[in-house]
Design a protein around this ligand. Structure first.
Ligand code: 5GP
Length: 195
């Protein structure tokens, strides 16, 4: 008989600019892990080439709060002033129903909430940047944000960094190649793949 599928949840959280999105994208390409991205809902406008239903479910503020009222979120957060983000319960159901594990790229508060809701199934990973100056450099290099938005992201970093000990694992993203390998090893171990 086929082994019963037990879906896992992989949370990657970090201050903006730590490289968590790069790590998550890399893991999604590793087919042996059977991971699928949890598409968050957000009230912020799409940026650049972002597509609805791929990068995010882009909702109006009213639509977002209707879902809050209907208790459709596993967690939600005003990550930045006036910008709301949340994980819909249907995302986990959708991905587990396909026999895949869920991977999240969400903020530290949301990440820890998922861990509290699914303590056994979740591996919560904190991605640690070398220091705040490096975060600032990376955010500026990305060139996607205004100086005001970058400043808001940097302002949150110390509080976010202080949550690191609450995570199951910490990956130091000082050297990307090393961080990617560390992330692969963590996922592989948690799924129970033999290497
Ligand atoms: P961005 O606007 O750069 O796409 O994302 C801003 C922040 O919101 C990032 O730290 C991202 O990880 C976080 N985020 C994205 N989706 C969610 C979510 O569903 N819940 C929470 N709590 N944070 C999220």
């Amino acid at each position: 008989m086929a082994k019963e599928f037990k879906g896992k949840l992989f949370v990657f959280s970090a201050p903006s600019g730590s490289g968590k999105t790069t790590i998550v994208r890399h893991l999604l390409k590793q087919e042996q892990f059977d991971l699928e991205f949890s598409i968050s809902a957000t009230s912020r406008a799409p940026r650049g080439k972002e597509k609805d239903g791929v990068d995010y479910y882009f909702l109006s503020r009213d639509e977002f709060f209707q879902k809050v009222k209907n208790d459709e979120f596993l967690e939600w957060e005003e990550v930045y002033s006036e910008n709301f983000y949340g994980t819909l319960k249907t995302e986990v159901e959708r991905i587990w129903a396909k026999g895949k594990h869920v991977i999240f790229d969400i903020d530290v508060t949301g990440g820890l909430r998922i861990k509290r809701k699914f303590p056994e199934e979740t591996l919560a990973v904190f991605v640690k940047p070398p220091d705040i100056n490096e975060l600032l450099r990376r955010l500026k290099n990305r060139g996607e944000e205004t100086d005001k938005k970058i400043a808001a992201r940097i302002a949150k970093a110390p509080v976010e960094l202080a949550t690191a000990p609450q995570f199951d694992k910490i990956i130091k993203n000082y050297d990307l190649e090393v961080a990617l390998k560390d992330a692969e090893n963590l996922v592989s171990d948690f799924i129970g793949l033999t290497s």
